[in-house]
Design a binder for this molecule. Structure first.
Ligand SMILES: CSCCC(=O)C(=O)COP(=O)(O)O
Ligand SMILES: [Mg+2]
Length: 361
């Protein structure tokens, strides 16, 4: 853990607020505080003697003028400096910091795990790669791709998944959801153009909302396959990921992926990285067919599938706090990935370990 991480963690834990409160109370009751009050009083009396019209001002104006002038004398700054230096040098302060630091590191570091499950976006892969490379590949290439693949069994399969999902969305009354019609047979059904237009509208609507829905994820993966295979797309993982994979593997730990991206999409991203094919590190892949990532049961399902009885022997790393809560409730050990561009981590329980790099796990 870097010094910056430790300070951040202590701030989140409220350790600094506690020290600040104690410092204020010590100051108010001690001789420094009383001396300071005396200095302020003397200063004000002197100013009023120089300019008695100050007493005619209303309370708020008088307060503003005095505060401004006191500040200019440097009185505040001097006492603040003296107090801060004094506090930091006390044995009690040092002991308190050491105590808090060890509580932060000992309580939250994962221990005795033999299985690691990793999220992709925001954890091993930058969010920017997904949002600025993978998603535009789909939105920009959609029309050409549909024209090229139209009528193939593969495309029909993925359209059927989208169609089934659209029916559910329309039934659920989701704003913006529209049905995808079926092919014309005899005098029933719709023309290819109508179906194509509905598919495009459906995909664009879902992608604008960044939906983590199986049918959309399956379609994206289907499109990305071409991109990875022809070299237009190259998977990306943070530099600290491969050393951690090597370490875990050398320690005999099993490593899995659990992502909202479809399993085929995960395999492509892992298989075609700038650093080569990383699939040798992974013992398996899970997507939302095992359950949503924000549900406790999904983690129990994965544990069952990989044959782990004691969920506390699994470490799950993700950027998403709701996924952290679900995995935690299922008994897994959890670590939060705090990568550049990730959603801000607000009101996070201080007992969770947060890392900016896998070296810190
Ligand atoms: C691995 S597919 C590309 C990323 C993606 O589409 C996605 O939804 C990733 O979500 P995650 O659960 O890995 O945060
Ligand atoms: Mg993620």
């Amino acid at each position: 853990m870097s010094a910056e991480d430790a300070v951040l963690r202590l701030k989140r834990k409220g350790a600094f607020d506690e020290l600040r409160k104690r410092l204020l109370s010590d100051f108010q009751t001690g001789s420094e505080g009383q001396d300071f009050v005396k200095q302020v009083q003397d200063f004000m009396e002197k100013r009023i003697a120089q300019d008695p019209s100050l007493l005619d001002k209303d309370r708020a104006t008088f307060h503003t003028i005095m505060m401004d002038e006191i500040e200019k004398t440097g009185m505040y700054q001097a006492v603040e400096k003296e107090l801060t230096n004094g506090l930091m040098q006390t044995e009690e302060f040092q002991n308190k910091v050491n105590e808090e630091l060890s509580a932060v590191t000992v309580m939250t570091s994962p221990t005795n795990y033999n299985t690691v499950i990793l999220d992709i976006e925001g954890t091993i892969t930058p969010i920017t790669f997904v949002k600025e490379t993978l998603f535009p590949y789909v939105t920009n290439g959609l029309d050409t791709f549909l024209d090229k693949e139209w009528g193939t069994t593969d495309l029909d399969h993925y359209i059927q998944l989208l169609r089934d999902q659209a029916e559910k969305d329309v039934t659920a009354g989701l704003e913006g959801a529209t049905l995808i019609p079926t092919k014309r047979r005899g005098c029933y059904g719709s023309s290819s153009d109508d179906i194509k237009a509905a598919v495009k509208q459906n995909i664009r609507w879902q992608m604008a909302a960044d939906r983590k829905i199986g049918a959309l994820k399956a379609f994206q993966g289907y499109m990305w396959k071409t991109g990875y295979e022809n070299g237009e797309l190259v998977g990306m993982v943070y530099d600290d990921v491969i050393p951690a994979l090597n370490k875990w593997q050398s320690e005999g730990k099993k490593i899995y992926i659990y992502s909202s991206g479809s399993v085929p999409a995960q395999k492509l991203l892992i298989g075609y990285t700038k650093q080569g094919d990383l699939s040798k590190y992974f013992s398996g892949y899970f997507d939302t067919t095992v359950g949503l990532k924000v549900e406790k049961q999904s983690y129990l399902n994965i544990a069952k599938e990989i044959g782990v009885d004691t969920t506390s022997t699994i470490l799950f790393v993700t950027d998403n706090i709701n996924e952290i809560h679900a995995a935690d409730q299922a008994g897994l050990q959890v670590v939060i990935a705090d990568r550049p561009g990730n959603a801000p981590l607000v009101s996070v329980d201080p007992s969770y370990k947060i890392v900016t790099s896998f070296d810190l796990i």
